[in-house]
Every structure is written in structure tokens, then in C-alpha cells.
Design a protein around this ligand. Sequence first.
Ligand code: ZN
Length: 153
Amino acid sequence: MAVLNIVKVGENDEVLRQRAQEVTKVTKKIQKLIKDMIETMYEADGVGLAAPQIGVSKRIIVVDIGEGPIALINPKIIEMSPEQEIDVEGCLSIPEFQGYVKRAKHVVVQGLDEKEKIVKIEASDFLARAFQHELDHLDGILFTDKIEEKEGD
Ligand code: ZN
């Protein structure tokens, strides 16, 4: 496995603003990329990473909120609760910056796993937030686009 360079905002960051491409086939190369993304996420002490953040404009995300790594290829949110929550987020591409973002409290995400099998994951709270943040990366959206004032500030 290899630790990859993370693209930061302000340094050759065009890839962070592009719509990432669908993966048409889960090749060995894609499987290796996923392993490297997980390694890179752990090395950077992050809870999620999207392929554009390592300079690859493909629809792949990895997430681990302390319950083990989840990798999803071509992920889509297929259900989203109307109920929302505001909480603090950061991003490995925007070091030393945090802000409050409103997100759906529950989501159902569907995608392919590393073996090209369809998986559906129900997520709530922090995991739901992590998925929404990483999926935004695939559409060129950063959490800083969505920051709100903390209620009461
Ligand atoms: Zn991010």
C-alpha cells in the first residue's frame, strides 16, 4: 500500500471542483487505488477521503468513523431524511479549518464495493454526515460552500 499526496485547496486544486467520472469497471488498479486511499486516510488521521482529493477524478470514496473502513464506488444517496442536523466538519483538503454544516440526519447510500457487488448502507448522524461530505467531493462541492453560522452565534 502507498500513502498518496492529498490535494489541498489553493494548490493545483482544479480536480476538487470537477464532477468526478463514474467507474465503469472495478479493475485491479481500482482495487489498489482503494487500498491506497484507505491507507492515506489513516495516515492523515481523517474519517473520509474521496478520490478527487488524491487527484483522481473518479467516483470513489472511503470512510471510517472508527467502525472499520467502508469503500464505495459510484455511490449515490438513494434516501435522505428531511430531518437535519448542524455539526462541525473539517476536510483533509482544507487543513486547520472547521465549520458548521447542515446535513440530513439519516441517509441510505448505495454503491459498489471493491468486488463490484451492490451494497446499500443505512447511516445516521456522524456516519451520514461523513457520506454526505465525501459524496459532495464527487460533484466538486466542498464543505466550505455550505457553511452556516452556528445557531446562537
Ligand atoms: Zn473533504
